[in-house]
Every structure is written in structure tokens, then in C-alpha cells.
Design a protein around this ligand. Sequence first.
Ligand code: AMP
Length: 215
Amino acid sequence: MVYVFLGPPGAGKGTQGDLLSEKVHLPKLVTGDMFREEVSKGTELGREVQEIMQAGKLVSDEIVLRLVKERMRSEEYTPGCVFDGFPRTIDQAEALERLLEKEGKKIDLVFNIIASDEELVKRLSGRRICQDCQKLYNIYFNPPAQEDCCGACGGRLIQRKDDTEQTILERLAVYKNKTSPLIEFYNKRSVLREISGSGAIEEVFKRVLSRLERG
Ligand code: AMP
């Protein structure tokens, strides 16, 4: 099975994707985490994408697709996966379709998480991420038990460099221009399911599960 989480930055794709991945026992494929890992390791690719990410722009389709194809070759992904942050452009979505087709797979469902711009800005500016295990927190909606400390691994919680106000606005604009056309793309293929992203994490996940059960 292959699931995709679509939606603007801050809608809760990461958190809901984690919960679904656990529930259906499928690995996640998170392009943003893959790039952040390259940046923190200081690889050549990391140096190449660092500025683009900090500016809130999209990494080129060519680079993203190379990385996704490489990752999907791993056996771990044979049963399928939960995509978060990918695809983000029509070209990426078309390339993913071709890639899955070759393996006799297809996208089963796309969850489009909806939230207002006001809510997104608040969520992104309050977001904190564990620098070791990437677990997500939010100082307003989902605070850690101990300030700045990850409840799962004890790692230090940091604010992503692209969660600053200036970059947040750019990321929202990029989403509207480049990524939101995917809503129509997947709607035409009858796999799109709209999920309201407002309310508590558990409430949103109940909506995801109910759409999942209905197919
Ligand atoms: P995210 O954690 O999904 O918000 O991704 C963080 C940043 O990584 C984005 O703002 C982009 O610069 C880059 N990125 C992640 N996924 C993609 C993608 N599928 N296409 C292009 N750029 C991406």
C-alpha cells in the first residue's frame, strides 16, 4: 500500500504520517528529513540544498527524484510506504506514478490536510524538532514534558531554520503555486481524501483512520 500526505507546511503531515505509519506498519519516506540529514552530515548534496531550504524554496525535481528513487530501492520499501513532503510538484507526481507502475504498485490514498493560513503560521512558529530522532513537538499544541528535551530519546529540541516568519511566508506561497495543483491531479484519479487539520492530534488522526477504513 502507498499513502501520501499532502497539505501546506504546518498542516500536520509529519505527525499524522508518523501515526499512520505506525498503525499500518509501513515505513515513512520523508524527503524533508532526508535533506536535513544531508545538511547536518555536511555532505556535498547537503551543502547544495542548504540555502534553498533556508529560503523556503523547493529543491529541484531532479535532485528530489534521484534521492527518492535511491531510497525506494531499499527492501524496506517493498511492501509500500507513507510519503510525507513528496510529491510536491506535478512533475514529481508524474514521476512517482511511473516509478510505482514499474513495481506494479499505485497510490492507494492521498490525505490532503486542510488548515487556515493563520493556524499554519502559529503551528510552524511553535514547532520544535528533536535534533537526534526528528520527533516533532509544538510549544503551543503538543509541548514536551521537559522544556527543550525530547520525551522519546532525550535529544535536544531545536527550531528548524526554515520555521522563521520570513521563510514560513515564502513556503506557504511556494505551496500555493507549486504543490496545490496536486489536489486537482489526485482528485481526478479519485484517490484524494480531504481531512480537516484543526483540533487535537488524536482527533485529526481519527478522521484519517475513518477515511482509510472507507477507502
Ligand atoms: P519539509 O520538511 O517537507 O517542509 O521540507 C523542508 C524543505 O526541504 C522544503 O522547504 C524544501 O526546500 C525541501 N524539500 C522537501 N521535500 C521536497 C520535495 N518533494 N521537493 C522539493 N523540495 C523539497
